[in-house]
Design a protein around this ligand. Sequence first.
Ligand code: ZN
Ligand code: ZN
Length: 388
Amino acid sequence: MGRSEERGEAATTGRHALSWHTLEPTRFGSGWVSGLLGAICGVLGLGAVLCFRFPWLLTTPEARALYPLPLVRGLLHVVLVSGFLLGIVSLSLRRNKLLGAIGVIATMAAALLGGSQVPLEQEFESGPFLGLDWFLLNLIVYSAVFIPLERMFARIPQQPLFRSSWRTDFTYFFISAILVQATTILTLRPAMVLFDWARSPAIQATTAALPSVVQFVLLVAVTDFTQYWVHRAFHAVPLLWRFHAVHHSADQMDWLAGSRLHLVDIAVTRGLTYVPIYVLGFADGPLMAYLVLVSAQATFIHANVRFEFGWWRWVLATPQFHHWHHAAEPEAVDKNFAVHLPILDVLFGTAYLPRRWPSAYGLLGGEHAPRGYLRQFVWPFRRPWRVQ
Ligand SMILES: [Zn+2]
Ligand SMILES: [Zn+2]
């Protein structure tokens, strides 16, 4: 992956027929928008057909019963036809054929595997599964919201969608969704085993009896308080920092950069943040609302958008607030640990939110993580023993 990424970076002249990097225009009519939509439709269509073929392996058991199958098949048909046609449009308009080719080849592969009429395999076995359906749903929602948002309100307009290292971050996005079963177990099990003694029916009944809105606010406050201190420990303890440094190694910020989290970081942070949720026993409604907020806000605060939000930026964490957490400027080191509530950083003396934006992102001192998911996975185990 690393070598091909370097090769891609050299290909900025548009001479190359298949490259992620290009100097060709990306405005409407240049074949870029059709190519991007065609490629996304192709990947979604192919993924959906694979989910029909191998549901016991590739779909989330809790979600299976909820899919409206006739509607999904109808949409799949539209997505496959669109992916093919948009790919053809892009191939004819654009010298760089990569996006168009992905759209056409992926939809043809999906058609060969049965297309929208693919039979649904009904023989289910329970056991380990991969969340391909969860990945596709995330891809649909986040690309539909954030790609247009970042193009319209970019904080750094010249930063391309396919920036350097985007494939590494997309791999994180893909793997964290595909491994949804494993990460959920890693998150829930330790709390259930270690903190069962702390659960009291009286406390849980009291929590669940509170109005939903109060439960939701309490949930955000309690989990972000926990998350604040876990995050701060990840910065302060050298053994933990080597894992969290992976997240900070992104030197360009966008909605995808937030996915760059080492599995150890995910397991420890989510595992500990889940403890108060488990002990206090919140109702399902507020818990679902909280999970949606975490996912949406964690993505939004990394996005390449220029919104500043006035006084609201002290109420809920904003892109500017979290961009400063990622800034490669000495005065911003170990600041802004909260994911939701900046007041926590104000209370504990770690808030830093000037009116300007950071001049650079990444690790201080010019240190760079290796490229690629696997290299970054082993990086914390191989780094020399020193504090940043
Ligand atoms: Zn951090
Ligand atoms: Zn971050």
